[in-house]
Design a protein around this ligand. Structure first.
Ligand code: PEP
Ligand code: MN
Length: 457
């Protein structure tokens, strides 16, 4: 810490500052300049003399090291990873998607959502049981009943649970049922709650306060770390502004700023940040592009009827589209291929007769076009076979295909390049499946209309 004296102050003011520092068991180094003196403070707990700022003759007191020692990267260069059951968040792990309804409303609502988001690739289920609503007259959540439903659905569907805790006294009950404690924006500086979750064995998702600075947010994280819980994930969820076009302003720069200042993982909540369904998908991808370690997204089986945050909740197909976008983005984010230039691989085809080589390329292209059609037709047939309104794709099979593509040896293509090709094939098959599902739904709607018109006639 550095104490800067005003220009031309009496030497006695400098002496007084020095004495106060030494009385606290700290060391004071006085540097006398042409115009002013500066005093360096060294030792453990320099914060004890922060009050020197109000001493006579003192211009300012400057902190040299960060006040958030445990959250800071200063003494912890390696990025931390936080585990929620088996799901890893941070330090280069794939973007972790937490998804689910704003509030737990019923077993049916939660189960259907959990199944859907899992199939689309989400790895953690969200859902509020204790809702910190701005109005006391709106739905407040199912409380402990909601926690029990979350625990049941976790067993049934197999996704770990994140949910918000609002009362320090409730932490032990949450520990019985769920896997990650969320501290909501409205409670970011509820220091009693921060200490309580800091004593828990569960990881904590700490949302940014409605108008909190990054420094205040990191200090809130420090409370949890200092209480003994190292597993903190920060969540940027938008801050207040003058603009009413979006619910909040999504501060995406917070992601790289935090990356510089803290080792803790950072995720983005585009749902609460924007407040509008149509804005969630682009800002989710933007969050990932800014370097977020994860996303938290609100999804509901019937968004217009959601008991809370209906305007920002995504329908199932909308969430599917978002996950498609995100996968597309993840392929780009893969570690750059630059460091593994293909060397020493035997060419499969020997250069020679140009005409002949080009003819073979034309032949391969024609075969690939036919195979692409065949594959898309098969995907649509899968969709027709399921015919339960779901998309026909199976995330785990797709992942296995991409892993096989990455693992294949002896190719002149880089694993990343092969993966991108297969990812594109998966995408077009999905598009074909979606078109098929939409056609079936439209035909069913037409039939229903015909029946109603017929019976009315
Ligand atoms: C929530 O995630 O359900 C929530 C209430 O978010 P926030 O605390 O960011 O408003
Ligand atoms: Mn919500």
């Amino acid at each position: 810490m550095i104490v800067v004296m005003r220009a031309g102050v009496d030497w006695s003011a400098v002496e007084e500052v020095k004495k106060t520092i030494e009385a606290e068991g700290l060391e004071a180094y006085v540097m006398v300049g042409e115009e002013r003196s500066v005093i360096g403070v060294v030792g453990q707990g320099v914060e004890r003399v922060a009050h020197l700022a109000s001493f006579p003759g003192v211009e300012q007191v400057m902190r040299v090291s960060k006040a958030y020692k445990l959250a800071s990267r200063e003494h912890h260069q390696d990025r931390s990873r936080v585990k929620v059951r088996d799901v890893v968040i941070g330090a280069g792990a794939p973007v972790a998607v937490m998804a689910g309804p704003c509030a737990v409303e019923s077993r049916e609502q939660l189960t259907a959502t959990a199944r859907w988001v899992k199939r689309e690739g989400a790895t953690i289920l969200r859902g509020g049981a204790f809702k910190p609503r701005s109005s006391p007259y709106t739905f407040q959540g199912l409380e402990v009943e909601g926690l029990k439903l979350l625990a049941d659905v976790r067993e049934e569907v197999g996704l770990p649970i994140v949910t918000e805790v609002t009362n320090p006294a409730d932490v032990p009950v949450f520990e019985d049922y769920i896997d990650m404690l969320q501290v909501g924006a409205r409670n970011m500086q509820n220091f009693v709650l921060l200490k309580a979750v800091g004593r828990s064995r569960l990881p904590v998702l700490l949302k940014r306060g409605l108008s909190a600075t990054i420094e205040e947010w990191l200090m809130a994280a420090e409370y949890i770390l200092a209480a003994g819980n190292p597993n903190v994930v920060l969540c940027e969820r938008g801050i207040r502004s003058f603009d009413t076009a979006t619910r909040n302003i999504l501060d995406l720069a917070a992601v790289p700023v935090l990356r510089e200042r803290t080792h803790l993982p950072v995720i983005v909540d585009p749902s609460h940040a924007t407040g509008h369904r149509s804005l969630v998908r682009p800002m989710a991808v933007a969050g990932a592009a800014a370097g977020a370690d994860g996303l938290i997204i609100e999804v509901h089986p019937d968004p217009p009827r959601a008991l809370s945050d209906s305007e920002q909740s995504l329908s199932f197909p909308e969430f599917g589209d978002l996950m498609d976008d995100l996968r597309r983005f993840e392929y780009l984010r893969q570690p750059s291929a630059a460091s593994s230039a293909p060397g020493g691989q035997a060419p499969v085809i020997v250069p020679g007769d140009l005409e002949r080589l080009r003819a073979r390329i034309d032949d391969v292209d024609a075969r690939m076009a036919a195979l692409l059609e065949e594959r898309a037709e098969l995907a649509v047939a899968v969709q027709q076979t399921r015919s339960d309104g779901d998309h026909g794709h199976d995330v785990s099979r797709e992942r296995a295909l991409l892993e096989r593509a990455m693992g294949a040896d002896g190719s002149v293509l880089l694993p990343e390049e092969r993966e991108q090709v297969f990812a594109a094939i998966i995408r077009v098959a999905r598009s074909a499946q979606r078109r098929q599902a939409a056609t079936v739904a439209a035909a069913a709607a037409d039939r229903a209309e015909g029946v109603t018109a017929g019976s009315a006639a």
